[in-house]
Ligand binder design. Structure first.
Ligand SMILES: C[S@@+](CC[C@H](N)C(=O)[O-])C[C@H]1O[C@@H](n2cnc3c(N)ncnc32)[C@H](O)[C@@H]1O
Length: 212
């Protein structure tokens, strides 16, 4: 997603959204029970973008707790404006997914959504893909046994890569669709990127679980 950098965006976020947005360097592992009132049931979206999907989800499931990780403040600002700083069931972390173990206790996350992760097509960049084995090991640590990973992409090669990596890391494939929008799994909640890309071709979808 192409994006112009906005000078002073971090300060703007800190001033306008002091309650719901946190930053990479913060140790948040023990903080969520205080923030949400209990530890159970965190849903995590990694690479949230401008927050369209998460905003729909948190309205549809007001009792669930949602945390988004996004590394670009230019994306976080419009997302935080959608949620509002008084929003009770969302927190946003400005940072790279590499630091998940700083922010979440082991076995504390119920579901992870990876929506339209950057495909990084060059082999030399494959470690940057959010479904690379190195990231999957981090997800495996923070997910509860039986926890879910939901994955969507419009890039066939990333779908293939993800299926292989998930299997190598011990995740079980529960559902898969090569045409998500015309499948029984589609519940009408879309991301901003998905709305653009679904006109050009099929959306691929897979649901994995971490076996108990
Ligand atoms: C192609 S965009 C998709 C955004 C959104 N999920 C959507 O579907 O509209 C990928 C997003 O993932 C974020 N991202 C990529 N790698 C990341 C990482 N390692 N940690 C956190 N966010 C990341 C990017 O900044 C970007 O906002």
């Amino acid at each position: 997603m192409r994006l112009r950098s906005i000078p002073g965006i971090e300060e703007k976020i800190k001033n306008e959204f002091p309650r719901i947005v946190f930053f990479e360097e913060e140790e948040l592992r023990d903080f969520w029970p205080t923030y949400f009132g209990s530890l159970e049931g965190i849903t995590l979206e990694i690479g949230m973008g401008r927050g369209q999907f998460l905003n729909e989800m948190r309205l549809r499931e007001p009792k669930k707790k949602f945390v988004a990780v996004e590394m670009r403040n230019e994306m976080i600002y419009p997302a935080a404006r959608k949620f509002g700083d008084d929003c009770q069931n969302v927190a946003v972390i400005s940072g790279r997914a590499d630091y998940l173990s700083r922010w979440f206790q082991k076995e504390s996350v119920e579901r992870i959504f990876l929506n339209f992760s950057d495909p990084w097509p060059k082999r030399a960049h494959r470690k940057r893909r959010l479904s690379h084995e190195n990231y999957l090991k981090l997800y495996r640590d923070i997910l509860i046994p039986g926890g879910d990973i939901f994955f969507r992409t419009d890039v066939a090669s990333l779908m293939e890569f993800t299926l292989t990596e998930m299997s190598r890391c011990g995740f079980s494939l529960i559902d898969v669709s090569l045409d998500f929008h015309h499948s029984k799994y589609f519940d009408g909640i879309t991301t901003e990127y998905e709305d653009k890309k679904c006109k050009d071709g099929p959306i691929y979808y897979a649901h994995f679980i971490l076996p108990k």
